[in-house]
Design a protein around this ligand. Structure first.
Ligand code: CA
Length: 619
């Protein structure tokens, strides 16, 4: 036998050994798609032992055409590029993967898109958002507390263990949220986090297409969104694009070597997002920030790889179309590759023009935050396509204002100065404003049981410019100190578990101050919900004087409210001449929350008090 023939036989037998008798396909993602999407292109990730050795064919071309196949350095993956025909009707196609003895044929479904009336409505300044950590709000289904194959245990005594809260629990209490005056629910991530420990927070996703079974199922989530919509509540889903969990199903068999940013040894991000916009930044600092891993359990996804980018974009579109959510809260916005993020936001906007995205842009300075909002003023080279940003600078200013004495830069001047810098934002009205969230010390750590400070802060939250966001449990002053660990911030909502002695949903066992805070929160956000023109209104404010900060929201129809926040420990008399442009010669005014009436010719604001008035008897 000649050498050539021997080599030929050897190569043939190697290729036959490598090819399966019948290919086994373990996963195809996304699991289905739709006809009638604006972008006709779709890339399927196909996973199965040595699947890259198969030939791929479509049985017919009625719905989609096979554009091409892409292989990577891992033979267990194939990427199948399809092009959906423009006028195709919904239906199934058969995709065959050739094997040595038998082909594997997979049915793949293209569904009809839901009508535009189903959700996807976006959010705006007339909305008010209630933030929930789902493991900690209410346990509506104790049967899903422990699931075979999911090792992180449920133990309410441990702040970092799972506590059993779920979608069913939130669903049962949507009426509570709506009656509190909120219009929108943002839930921390619900996708599978099958991590060995500390998985309750949801930010280490191990399957981008699956609701964690301890929270419920994909169907339960879709039913939940529908129920919320029926109750006139919008739903915001929390997306994590920058990283996944280290127990993700692909972690030990990555689709390609460059699926993650790889380092010789574990390299943590510096968390210094300033390096993206710093005109003097070193290449080293830029690379460590952007490519370093968020944590050793959170590998950094390489979004410069077009297959990673498309995977994440399609996953987002899949959830919007599947569940009809109204908006997205995007985790760790600056940590994602800017060009990828713009493609991602562009793809969402193209399919869902009314949809809203708020990016988590966590900075102390407005100039930093402003760079991450769409249509930013030309203040940095970073160019964002995200419409809403999280206003941490205003949060820190508001919290500091009620505990500091007033001077040139402190007390109410902190809020005033921060708002003076709004010229940096493309549209500060679209900022998400808040007093706490799942990553910050709870509001009670600032007010320390002082109901006056609570009302001052919540009044500013409900009446300053922006879209207010409120963290569950703050309405009854739950404590939670960041210094003691994040698990302790995300307290169980009293009444969410059958054995709870205190129950916020029935008012049982609440202290007098908790009841007062809860009632005030309900009154002010209900008033806000019923006066949407005010929430859209123009802001006019005055330099704080003697501890008194005065501002107005003026609607297009000239309806206005005037807000007085007195940080002084003494009553402060309102000089009607100073505020004449807001008070418009009105003789009297009414407190929009309490109904109390004031004679404006002799009007003082009590110490540590905020009031909202509407004017009566205007000239
Ligand atoms: Ca449960």
């Amino acid at each position: 036998m000649s050498k050539k023939i021997l080599t030929f036989i050897l190569l043939m037998s190697l290729s036959i050994v490598g090819m399966y008798a019948q290919p086994s396909i373990e996963r195809i993602e996304p699991a289905n798609w739709w006809v009638g999407m604006k972008n006709p292109h779709l890339i399927l990730l196909v996973y199965g032992k040595n699947v890259a050795k198969s030939n791929v064919k479509l049985a017919d071309n009625s719905i989609a055409l096979l554009e091409k196949i892409e292989k990577t350095d891992n033979a267990n993956y194939l990427f199948v590029y399809l092009s959906v025909k423009s006028k195709a009707k919904a239906g199934d196609i058969a995709i065959s993967f050739s094997g040595r003895e038998k082909d594997t044929v997979v049915k793949y479904s293209f569904l009809e898109r839901k009508s535009k009336a189903d959700g996807k409505a976006g959010f705006n300044p007339t909305d008010a958002m209630y933030l929930i950590t789902p493991d900690r709000f209410a346990n509506g289904n104790p049967k899903n507390d422990s699931i075979a194959g999911y090792t992180d245990t449920t133990d309410r005594r441990k702040p970092d263990s799972r506590h059993g809260g779920d979608i069913a629990g939130i669903s049962q209490h949507l009426g509570y949220i709506s009656k509190l005056g909120f219009t929108t629910v943002w839930i921390n991530p619900l996708l599978e986090n099958n991590m060995p420990q500390t998985s309750y927070h949801g930010y280490a996703i191990t399957d981008f297409y699956k609701i964690d079974p301890r929270f419920g199922s994909n169907k339960e989530y879709c039913d939940f969104v529908k129920k919320a919509h029926d109750m006139k509540l919008k739903v915001v889903m929390d997306f994590v694009l920058n990283h996944c969990g280290s127990s993700h199903w692909w972690h030990n068999d990555l689709p390609s070597k460059d699926w993650y940013h790889q380092f010789d040894s574990f390299t943590r991000t510096s968390y210094r997002a300033s390096t993206l916009i710093d005109p003097y930044a070193s290449q080293y600092d830029k690379a460590v920030f952007e490519k370093g891993w968020f944590d050793n359990t959170m590998p950094d996804l390489n979004q410069k790889n077009p297959l990673v980018a498309t995977y994440l974009i399609q996953n987002t579109l899949w959830w919007i179309e599947t569940s009809s959510i109204d908006g997205i809260r995007l985790d760790t916005q600056p940590y994602s590759d800017m060009e990828f993020l713009n493609d991602w936001a562009g793809a969402v906007n193209a399919e869902y023009p009314d949809f809203s995205i708020v990016g988590e842009s966590w900075f102390s300075y407005p100039a930093f935050t402003a760079c991450f909002q769409r249509n930013q003023k030309p203040i940095s080279s970073y160019s964002s396509q995200i419409g809403h940003v999280t206003d941490f600078p205003l949060c820190f200013a508001m919290l500091a204002s009620v505990n500091d004495s007033d001077d040139w830069d402190n007390g109410m001047a902190k809020v005033y100065n921060t708002l003076c810098m709004d010229f940096l934002y493309a549209d500060a009205m679209q900022n998400l404003i808040f007093l706490s969230n799942h990553d910050l010390s709870r509001l009670e750590e600032t007010v320390k049981g002082d109901i006056h400070k609570y009302k001052m802060l919540v009044t500013m939250l409900a009446t300053l410019r922006g879209i207010p966001q409120f963290y569950y449990g703050d309405e009854i002053l739950l404590p939670g100190d960041k210094a003691k660990g994040d698990g302790r911030l995300r307290k169980d909502m009293p009444g969410g578990w059958p054995s709870d002695k205190v129950n916020v949903f029935t008012n049982d066992g609440l202290s007098a101050i908790q009841k007062e805070a809860l009632d005030f929160t309900r009154q002010i956000f209900t008033w806000r919900k019923n006066n949407p023109e005010i929430a859209k209104g123009r802001l006019v404010h005055f330099v704080p004087n003697n501890g008194l900060y005065v501002y107005s929201r003026i609607a297009k129809n000239d309806d206005a409210i005037v807000v007085f926040v007195n940080n002084n420990k003494k009553p402060v008399k309102v000089d009607s001449k100073v505020y004449a442009e807001l008070l418009k010669g009105a003789a009297s005014a009414k407190n929009v929350i309490t109904g109390e009436e004031y004679n404006l010719s002799d009007f003082s604001v009590a110490p540590k008090t905020a009031i909202i008035i509407e004017l009566k008897d205007k000239n």
